[in-house]
Structures are given as C-alpha cells and as structure tokens.
Design a protein around this ligand. Sequence first.
Ligand SMILES: Nc1ncnc2c1ncn2[C@@H]1O[C@H](COP(=O)(O)OP(=O)(O)OP(=O)(O)O)[C@@H](O)[C@H]1O
Length: 274
Amino acid sequence: MASDSYANWSSQDAVVCRGVGKTWAEDTARAHEALRGIDLDIAPGEFVVLLGPSGCGKSTLLYLIAGLERQTQGKIWAFRDPVEGPSPDRSLIFQETSLFPWLTVWQNVSFGLSIRGAPEAERRAVAREALQRVGLAEAMDKRPDELSGGMRQRVAVARALAMRPKVLLMDEPFAALDVQTRAKMQDFLLDVWRDSGASVLFVTHHIDEAVALADRVVVFTARPGRIKSIVPVDLPRPRDPFSPEAEALRRQLTEELRSEVDRAFAEQEALAAE
Ligand SMILES: Nc1ncnc2c1ncn2[C@@H]1O[C@H](COP(=O)(O)OP(=O)(O)OP(=O)(O)O)[C@@H](O)[C@H]1O
C-alpha cells in the first residue's frame, strides 16, 4: 500500500506521508526504530489529532513534517513539494514555549520576520494583527515573565500565525496548563483554526482533548509507531463533551489505546531490566 508515487492522492492535500519511517542513530549500535510505514494524508483546513502511548513516535512525526529531522524511509510532501527542510508554511509549537525572555511580546511574535530583515514598522503591524487574533493585542510591549502560562502559549500561537503557516504542527501545546485553562485554550484554538484556514496536526495524550478538537483521530501503536486506526469524529461543533456520541467515542478510543499502552509499558520494563 505504501508508495513513493503521487498516484492516489489529491494535489489539494496539505501534507502527504507515504511509507514514512524513522530509525534514530541508524548506523550505530544504539539504533532504534521510532516510526514505521506511516501513510497519512491531511487535507487543507483539516484538524487531525495524533494519539498514542508514550514514546510511539508522535513528536518524531511532527519533526519530520516540520522538516527539522529527515525520515529514514518513505517520503513526505507538503502542498506537492517534497519536505526537505523547514518552511514558514509549516510552524511547530511545543509544549513548553521558548519565548525569548529579554524581548517584548511583539518582538517575540515577529522574530521570524526580523530574521528576514523586515523593517520595524512592518514587524509591529504583523505582530499586532497576530496578537489580535489570539486576544492579546494589549500585551504587545510586555515581557514574557509578566504573562501567565496560558498567555505565553497564546503568544507562541501568535508567533506561529505571524508567519502565516498553512500547517500548524502542535506538540502537546497545552499539556503544562491546568484543566480549566486548557479547556479555554482549546476553544481559543478552534477559533484561530477556523479563521486561519490552516491544517492542524495536534499531538496529545488526552482522549478528551482529541474528541473536543479533531476532525479525525489517528491512533498509533506502541513503538515503533504505526497507524493502528484512523477514527473520524463526526460531531457538530461546538461540541457537547457530555453527549452520548462523545461518550461513545471516548470509550472507543480508550479501547483502541489500552492494548498499545500495555505494550509500551511492557517494552519499557524490558528495556529497564536489560
Ligand atoms: N533526537 C532523538 N534522538 C534519538 N532518539 C530519539 C530522539 N527523539 C526521540 N527519540 C526516540 O524516539 C522514540 C519516539 O519518541 P517521540 O518523542 O517521538 O515519541 P512520542 O510519542 O512523542 O512520546 P511522548 O508521548 O512521550 O512525548 C523514543 O524512543 C525516543 O526516545
């Protein structure tokens, strides 16, 4: 089924992965396979969540699609172009934001433009617009340490949006936040996503979060991560987390994950015993 050819996928697809695998430290005695045979197509404007046990290669797949690492098997395309390195079209947002503490909020948001040598007036204007989209225009001249954790994550999203990406790659972006802030950030992200028209590929450990956000949930096996199933989430938005349909989906995803989490634990115990 895996193939390197353009056949069978739409030229409209935002991201296409065919037979993608990654073995870290491939030519050494420490080689280990993180990902195997990933075939995945992401449509423009689609919200896809990656769910899987710890260490199954979810972050690795994001780094490959971001162009920050190279796969060892298969191919990845973004809007028909082979992914061969980073691009402003594809922005990666991490769990812990790495804002520069010595820069103001607007300087952080427009950092990518300053690398390109854009003049200050343009950088300010772009930063203001991106910060408006995350509801933080008032905080332009503040420093990161004057903001709460949730606000810092919104600044990180604004920084990603400032580059007008077509694909947002989000690696457990709300994991460090408390439950209430995380729920607010999910609502906020859905608004930003709708406005921007970007595709989102979002990694989480939380089944609730997957059901709240996704158009499709991709469930990974334990390492080496393969796609175990792709579950469409056909629930209208705004979603009611207490609806019987949402409950049924959470149960289905819990079942899908359980055996993989057990396998991942068994493998980690075996590794620890070596
Ligand atoms: N830079 C790296 N060098 C070597 N091995 C790595 C590197 N990054 C990740 N790995 C290994 O690849 C495997 C998959 O890691 P990855 O972080 O992608 O998994 P994950 O599913 O995102 O895990 P988690 O849910 O715990 O964040 C792990 O065994 C990890 O140790």
